[in-house]
Design a protein around this ligand. Structure first.
Ligand code: GAL
Length: 358
């Protein structure tokens, strides 16, 4: 609470400075035809980013903007040149979900020089002064929700230890650290007490990270871990930070007889991707974290409109990107398992019952 109030004071101070960097200037362009927004997304290989992109295009266009939506397909150089192209085309504002949050400093400096405001979307761009605002979710809470699901399912007890293996996201994505930190807040006491045991001994980011969130990379690490540590011993749980990895992990587990000769471990996830929600309903993946991309898009469009009108957008906290405190709006993630799929994902209209039925 205290931390939050302190953060809010900082936000107030920062807003006065940052709201001017581009917003007022961009507002001058009014009346010269429709203003355009450049939206740089990381990849079309995950349905969540398709949904983020589509929601933003709809909302920006409904608000009278033209949009230039581009996907970098997990290639940093492509994303940099896409953003550079948007700057050269004279967009009024950039929304960026970075492929590698550390490698946009140069191109975003170009945006700043051209007085184009930049909103970091979902993933914080680090090391850059040019990031004006950040719209995302409470990413520590994402990790806590995943770990709490594991704890609730396993009911850790030092008298009968359970085995767990940990997976983290891409090491160049700032979110990966927040997800893992949040999860470890919940898991560490049970690891310390011996109620949960990581038989591989792999718990640090450099051991458990998964370049580009790639499912095949996660599955291949799991194969090695199973071969080296689990012959004759059961794996009870897997902390997986993202649905695309969770499904690949589950497929690798199934190839080892889990789900047939013995039950699957409890496997977490994130993004409520359609395939994973179907897997949860089928009793395979155990959990996911729903981050409503429609809400994030809405918050981002509202933020953008305020910036372009030279006003202060609504922010709720600040996020440190190593060189500045970026004013941020962080939305609440929601844990989803078989018990609340209907309520959270169908009743909210995110999926139809027909989609989930497959
Ligand atoms: C993260 C994002 C997650 C997930 C992951 C892989 O940055 O916060 O929701 O989508 O990337 O795409």
């Amino acid at each position: 609470m205290l931390k939050k109030s302190f953060a809010l004071v900082l936000v107030g101070a920062t807003l006065v400075l940052t709201a001017c960097s581009g917003g007022a200037d961009a507002a001058e362009g009014e009346g010269e035809g429709k203003r355009s927004v450049g939206i740089a997304m990381p990849t079309t290989s995950s349905t969540r980013w398709l949904s983020d992109g589509a929601s933003m295009v709809d909302l920006f266009e409904a608000a009278g903007y033209t949009t230039d939506l581009q996907y970098g397909e997990d290639d940093v150089d492509s994303q940099v040149s896409q953003i550079r192209g948007m700057i050269e085309d004279g967009v009024s504002l950039l929304v960026v979900a970075a492929i590698d949050g550390q490698q946009l400093t140069g191109v975003l400096q170009q945006a700043e020089d051209a007085q184009i405001p930049v909103i970091a979307y979902d993933r914080l761009v680090v090391g850059s002064e040019a990031v004006d605002y950040y719209a995302s979710f409470d990413n520590l809470e994402v990790g806590r929700l995943q770990a709490q699901h594991l704890v609730d399912a396993l009911v850790p007890d030092p008298a009968s230890p359970k085995t767990i293996e940990l997976f983290a996201g891409s090491p160049d994505d700032n979110n990966s650290y927040a997800f893992l930190d949040g999860a470890m807040e919940v898991l560490q006491p049970h690891l310390d007490s011996g109620a949960l045991v990581v038989r591989s001994g792999q718990t640090s980011m450099d051991q458990i990270s998964t370049e580009r969130w790639d499912g095949a990379t996660a599955a291949s690490r799991l194969e090695s871990v199973l071969a080296a540590n689990y012959s004759g011993t059961r794996l009870d749980a897997v902390l997986s930070p993202y649905d695309g990895m969770s499904r690949a992990i589950i497929a690798a587990l199934q190839a080892h007889g889990y789900g047939s000769s013995q039950p699957l471990p409890v496997v977490t996830g994130q993004d409520a991707e359609l395939e994973s929600v179907r897997s949860i309903i089928a009793g395979e993946q155990s959990q996911t974290v729903f981050k409503d991309t429609r809400e994030l898009a809405r918050a981002t469009v509202q933020m953008s409109e305020a910036v372009l009108a030279g006003e202060e957008p609504v922010t709720t906290t600040v996020s440190d990107n190593d060189v500045k405190e970026v004013p941020a709006d962080l939305l609440e993630p929601v844990g989803v398992d078989a018990s609340n799929v209907q309520q959270v994902l169908v009743d909210s209209g995110y999926y139809t019952a027909e989609q989930l039925a497959g």
